[in-house]
Design a protein. Structure first.
Length: 183
């Protein structure tokens, strides 16, 4: 399993082969379908599951999935991880890709000037923080204007989590980077 999310009444988990599993109790997992991409990240908007890995997929009827497009075209660079803020989805990925959507269906690309792969993004409650290869850390309050932060490492950062008022990013070679949230 690569990703898991709680929707308020059930757990969803996805794997590298595209299998999506669900459980009401977190123990008894049942297959609820197959997504035609390996699942790296799952986001939930309150009404729609959004699966991310090399593309964006949303269920059209609960069993069949629809590939979402950016400006009418399928993505040429793949998103790898997505997050929901309560009003906006944001996904990051290959070559610095950052895209956002209010509904999981219509997507807009945001330019940062960076072409380094972004591997994970989180919403702190006040801003997005994305981590990527070569120690790249970006933050944005709106998803459109991004600031770069010095991570102190050249290691590829793979994941980030918020714990109270601190952020922790982990990456290759056992790298752990910690920072206090700006207030």
């Amino acid at each position: 399993m690569n990703s898991v999310i709680w929707t308020g009444d059930r757990l969803f988990a996805g794997d590298n082969n595209g299998w999506l599993l669900s459980s009401f109790d977190g123990v008894d997992l049942k297959s609820v379908g197959f997504v035609p991409i390996n699942i790296q990240s799952i986001a939930f908007t309150g009404r729609l599951l959004v699966v991310v890995r090399g593309g964006i997929q949303t269920p059209s009827d609960g069993k069949n999935w629809t590939s979402r497009k950016l400006n009418g075209e399928y993505l040429s660079r793949g998103p790898d991880h997505g997050v929901w803020t309560g009003s906006q989805l944001l996904a990051v990925g290959e070559s610095g890709l950052i895209i956002s959507s209010p509904d999981g269906v219509n997507w807009t690309e945001h330019k940062t000037g960076y072409t380094i792969d972004l591997n994970c993004v989180l919403w702190t409650g006040a801003e997005f923080v994305a981590v990527g290869d070569r120690g790249l850390i970006l933050s944005s309050s709106n998803g459109d204007i991004w600031r770069v932060h010095n991570s102190g490492t050249e290691s590829n950062l793979k994941s980030i989590v918020k714990a109270d008022d601190r952020l922790f990013a982990v990456g290759d070679f056992g790298t752990i980077v910690a920072a206090d949230l700006e207030k």
